[in-house]
Design a protein around this ligand. Structure first.
Ligand code: IMP
Length: 422
């Protein structure tokens, strides 16, 4: 299967990084198609922990790694990760960056923070890295792209145009300090030398790789429920993490995608605000959070925890065209005698539905209909194949697969790459 999209099937933090890292071993190219350094992904390889924000996870294996046009790039984060690669003995030349990707400028970060403060109780709970404001400027056509940095004159013009509006906005609306044209220009022109060696025609590169029969992996950041169009708006990110974002963000046709692998945790977590029907009530939530180490990779934020939600997963299967699933962190559930799984939502009028509500108010008021599955209460450390899992753990995986009508081809039972059973 030459072209595979790996997509988060829940609200993010499903452990995609590890799955991508695993698949990257047999891929020729790994591509990120949307998002920026929003949060981060953790990958453990040979006992060494990598926390990456901007780069595709595949980079830790030294695989050619593409950052596509649909991404937003914070040059400071990009350069620091390039340096990290070099420090750890990976040639950064494996990274190819689209000149069409948009830059996260310092005002985007300031606006992200100020607008969240301003929203107060209504805040989205963003990662405050400037992602939303950078995409907003892209859509408004006043964004600054990677290729602009390579021409000092164009760069200055673009910064000037942007600042004419942003400084007014910052000072008058957010009562924040504006930015100085000369200072920003000098700083960003300074990135030219660091970015230039990585800039390439990523659409052509991926197209040629596919034509040559190479194996290309498209790595979604964030997740289905955070998709700008199909997620739980407004509690979403500002790009399209779903699988169809891959061809758009890279610049290839949708007919080129062969396979969509959804990644879902054996339970659910969510950071930030917004409705969450299967959120666990009471002290069990904190217990699951501690067992799963559910704290942000970079931000350290506590993640909200819930039992597996098959209504939301069924929706993810639909909107992504998921052809198979990877279930991660099954080992985290080993401590519980019983495992509730949300199989349907109950609406306000008492009716039940297996489908994700199309209307936000219905989702806000949805309550879970649980099916109680038996726990296994034994560690999964010994298992080296799916067949060696305790019968109740196997039954859990089987139940999810049956309910969703898709095969589960990988199951994660520990932090390292080796602890993924096929
Ligand atoms: P933004 O992407 O920073 O604008 O944040 C928008 C929403 O997406 C917030 O609810 C964030 O918590 C969430 N989000 C963004 N990136 C991630 C991620 O990598 N994992 C989980 N949630 C994320």
């Amino acid at each position: 299967m030459p072209a595979t999209v790996v997509v988060g099937a829940q609200w993010g933090d499903e452990g995609k990084g590890k799955i991508v890292d695993l698949l990257a071993q047999t891929s020729d190219l790994v591509c990120r198609y949307q998002g920026g350094p929003n949060a981060g992904h953790t990958i453990v390889v040979d006992g060494e922990t990598w926390k990456l924000r901007q780069m595709p996870s595949g980079v830790v294996s030294g695989t050619t790694s593409v950052i596509g046009a649909g991404c937003v790039v914070d040059p400071e984060v990009f350069v620091s990760e390039v340096d990290l690669l070099a420090e750890r003995g990976i040639d950064p030349a494996v990274v190819v960056l689209s000149g069409n990707a948009h830059l996260i400028m310092p005002w985007h970060v300031t606006i992200d923070q100020a607008s969240e403060r301003r929203l107060g109780k209504l805040q989205i709970g963003t990662t405050r890295r400037g992602i939303g404001p950078a995409y907003a400027d892209k859509a408004s056509r006043i964004g600054i792209r990677v290729q602009d940095v390579l021409d000092a004159k164009i760069l200055r013009q673009k910064i000037e145009v942007a600042l004419a509006e942003k400084n007014l906005w910052l000072e008058r609306v957010y009562e924040a300090e504006g930015f100085d044209l000369e200072e920003i220009w000098a700083r960003f022109a300074g990135y030219a030398e660091r970015l230039a060696p990585f800039v390439g025609d990523t659409s052509l590169l991926v197209d040629e790789a596919l034509r040559d029969g190479k194996r290309v992996l498209f790595e979604g950041a964030q997740a289905t429920m955070l998709d700008l169009d199909h997620g739980t708006y407004p509690f979403v990110t500002s790009s399209n993490p779903i699988a169809s974002g891959a061809p758009t963000g890279i610049g290839i046709g949708p007919t080129r995608i062969d396979r969509v692998l959804g990644v879902a945790k054996a339970y659910v977590t969510r950071v930030g605000e917004g409705p969450f029907p299967s959120e666990i009530e009471g002290p069990l939530q904190a217990r699951l959070r501690d067992l799963g180490g559910e704290f942000g990779t970079v931000t350290g934020r506590q993640r909200r925890c819930g039992w597996l939600d098959l209504v939301a997963l069924r929706y993810a299967v639909r909107v992504n065209g998921i052809t198979s699933l990877a279930m991660t962190k099954l080992d985290v559930l080993s401590e519980f005698a019983e495992l509730p799984v949300c199989v349907r939502y109950r609406s306000r009028d008492g009716s039940e539905t297996p489908h994700f509500p199309a209307h936000q108010s219905d989702f806000h008021h949805a309550t879970p209909v649980w099916e109680l599955l038996e726990g296994w209460r034994e560690p999964l450390e010994e298992a080296t194949t799916l067949a060696e899992l305790p019968p109740a753990a196997r039954a859990y995986v089987e139940f999810v697969s049956q309910e969703l009508g898709v095969p589960i081809e990988l199951v994660g039972v520990g932090a390292s790459r080796e602890r993924v059973l096929a």
